[in-house]
Each structure stands twice: as C-alpha cells, then as structure tokens.
Design a protein around this ligand. Structure first.
Ligand code: PMP
Length: 372
C-alpha cells in the first residue's frame, strides 16, 4: 500500500468489526438555538434543584461505602411511576435501571445478543441500536419501513422468519421519524419472533411521554420475552443525569444481573433520580407544553409548504430536500442547529421553548423566501 506511514490507529489491534467505523456523534456546536439532540429545553425547577442538593448531601455522607447494588428504592419508585401512568401494575421485580437507556440496551444485548447472534431494527431508527449491537459483537440486520415511515409489517414478519434474529428492536415513538407503533404491529412482530426462535422483543419507549397514544406496557402481560425500555433523559428533562430503565418479566431482570457491572449505578445518580421522581407532576407539566409546541411546529411547517412526518415525540421530521445537508447548513447559518440524521431528503428538529421554535420557524421561513 505505497509509502503512506502507518498511523498509530492502524497499528492498534482493535477488533476487526470496529476498524474504519465512526463513533456516535451528534455535533455539539456552540450556537444560540440548539434543537438537535431531542433534549428537554427547560432546566429543572429550582425547588427540585434544592431537593437534589439535599439528597446528594445525604448520599455523600455514605460515599465511603458502595451504593445499593440493586437500587431497590429507585426501582420501586420507577415501578410506581410506570404503574400510575400506564394503569398496568408493575413492581420492583419488573424494573431494572442503568446509566441511560443506552446502558439498558447494552445490557440487553450483552445478555441476549453477542457473538454468533443477531439483532434486527427497522430503519431509519435510533442508530445506537446498531452501534451497541456492534460493540457487543452482535450481528446487525436492517429491516425496511414503508414510504410513510410506519413499519412494513409483512416485510418485517418475513425478515424475522428468514433471519431468526435473537433480538428485535421496535422504537415507539421512533427516532428520527416520530412515528408511533400501534400495539397490533408489536403483537404481530412478537408472534413472528416467538415462532422463529423464540427471541427477545425490545420496545424502546424513550419518547413515549410525548405521544398522543398510550404506552405499550400493558402488552407485557403474559409475554415474558417482551421488554420496554424507558429513560429520564427526555420527559423528565434530565439527560445529564444518565438514568434509563426497563420493564419486563422478573426473569429478564434476573438475567441482566449476569452482565451488569457490580455497583454500576452510583449513589449520587440514585439520589438524584429519586429527587427527580418526587417532582414527577411538575416535570410532566413541561411535557404538556412541549407536546403543544411540537404540534405547533408540525402545523407551521406544513403551512410553509414543507412535508412533515406525523410525530408522537418531542421532535419533528421535515423535508423534503434535494440536498438535506445543505439545508441543515443554511439553517445553522441562521443560528439554529437542527439534526441531519442521514435520512435522504429529511431533517429533524427538536421542540424547544416557544422562543427557540420561533427562531427556527423564522430561519426556515427565510429559506423559503430565498428559494422563491
Ligand atoms: N432510545 C432512543 C430512541 C433515543 O433517541 C435515545 C437518545 N437519543 C436513547 C434511547 C438513549 O437515551 P439515554 O441513554 O439518554 O437514556
């Protein structure tokens, strides 16, 4: 290969499947309006900040000891939150928590995927499912979607029957499209997955609190191979906390114990999450505001003549563009950072505060003028 000197990277004996790949990387740029990573734009309310300080101070007094390895109090409170909001009774034994739902997904793939096993997702969807699969040595299969970004059930059933994946990912509402998945679709894919293997079906509900519809949690009843994953990063406005969790049959919670690192959830994390859960009602109030801002973005983008995908999340996919990346850049030139997820023709904007959304709408209005 000629005279090019080998770089230290080339010499590193990294695993073959990681060679030449790029890490997950939404640009973290310093611009006035950042609507690119589906964060909640509202800082935590001051009384909650005070409560976190109190609970963390208390936890600090015990930091010479390892934290509660089983996070019993936290899992109990999370189970109560899920029960209250879904009407589906769940207990401590149904819930597991980790550092972000990314870690939950990693633990699931370490437990149910791995070398000589495969996982499938229906793309475009959350790219970390495939990346975490790669990191855990799990083969990745990309299933198709319909033109309107709903899951093509017949094609999905066929892919599951043909490839017999060990893990099936269903993201509802889906990222980056915002598409909610109806329970009938989840049931059909669950049946197909059981007939083929049986395999685990993971429903990623990171954005469910923003949905017009209901959580799929009630489907857990009588389906021991179904897992619902959740996060405090979006609706709870706590992306910096790193707290994700899952609900499933108690046997699934037992199984992930085999791969979780001992004491993976720090005492500080547990204390902070518990404080946030005490303020659930206030935090869910912000969710209502964001839902109406999301609906306003959909309506105004359509009024401007853009195509918009139906959204049940705190973000909106809009297009279509001959060159989405160039449009992304032009919006950035106007001080607003949105996301180019690499879906040809489409961009994604996160619902921010009313002022941030106005700034975004001004930017795209300006673009329309430039074109006409
Ligand atoms: N699932 C989906 C669909 C997401 O979009 C995200 C975050 N962008 C996550 C999971 C991970 O979130 P976290 O690790 O912050 O819980």
């Amino acid at each position: 290969t000629g005279n090019t000197p080998a770089s230290p990277w080339d010499e590193l004996p990294v695993r073959d499947e990681l060679r030449g790949k790029s890490p997950y990387g939404a640009p973290q740029l310093d611009v006035p309006v950042r609507l690119n990573t589906n964060e909640n734009p509202y800082p935590l309310p001051e009384p909650l900040v005070e409560r976190i300080a109190e609970r963390v101070r208390e936890a600090a007094r015990g930091l010479n000891r390892y934290p509660d390895r089983d996070a019993v109090e936290l899992r109990t409170r999370l189970a109560e939150y899920l029960t209250k909001t879904s009407g589906h009774p769940l207990g401590l034994e149904n819930v597991w928590a980790a550092n972000g739902s990314n870690e939950v997904i990693q633990q699931l793939l370490q437990t149910f995927g791995g070398p000589n096993r495969t996982a499938i997702g229906f793309e475009p969807s959350y790219s970390m499912h495939g990346l975490i699969a790669r990191g855990t040595g799990t083969g990745w299969l990309s299933g198709p979607r319909n033109e309107d970004f709903t899951i093509d059930v017949a094609a999905a059933e066929q892919a599951i029957a043909a490839h017999r994946p060990d893990v099936v990912f269903i993201t509802s509402p889906n990222n980056p499209t915002g598409t909610a998945v109806p329970p009938e679709t989840v049931l059909a894919l669950y049946e197909a997955a059981q007939a083929a293997k049986p395999s685990m079906v993971v429903v990623d509900e990171a954005y469910i609190e923003f949905s017009h519809g209901d959580s799929l949690l009630p489907l857990l009843d009588g389906r021991p191979h179904l897992v619902v994953s959740r996060t405090m990063s979006k609706a709870f406005g706590a992306a910096g906390l790193r707290l994700g969790y899952l609900a499933a049959h108690p046997a699934v919670v037992d199984a992930v114990q085999l791969v979780r690192l001992p004491y993976h959830l720090s005492a500080v994390t547990q204390a902070t999450a518990l404080a946030a859960l005490e303020h659930t009602d206030t935090l869910l109030g912000y969710v209502e505001e964001l839902k109406s801002e999301r609906d306003r973005l959909v309506a105004e983008l359509r009024a401007l003549g853009y195509e918009v995908t139906e959204s049940d999340a705190n973000f909106v996919q809009f297009g279509r563009f001959a060159d989405a990346h160039e449009v992304w850049r032009k919006i950035l030139d106007r001080g607003v950072l949105v996301r180019d997820n690499g879906v040809p023709g489409w961009l994604r904007v996160t619902a921010g505060t009313p002022q941030e959304n106005d700034a975004f709408l001004d930017a795209v209005r300006d673009l329309k003028k430039e074109q006409s």
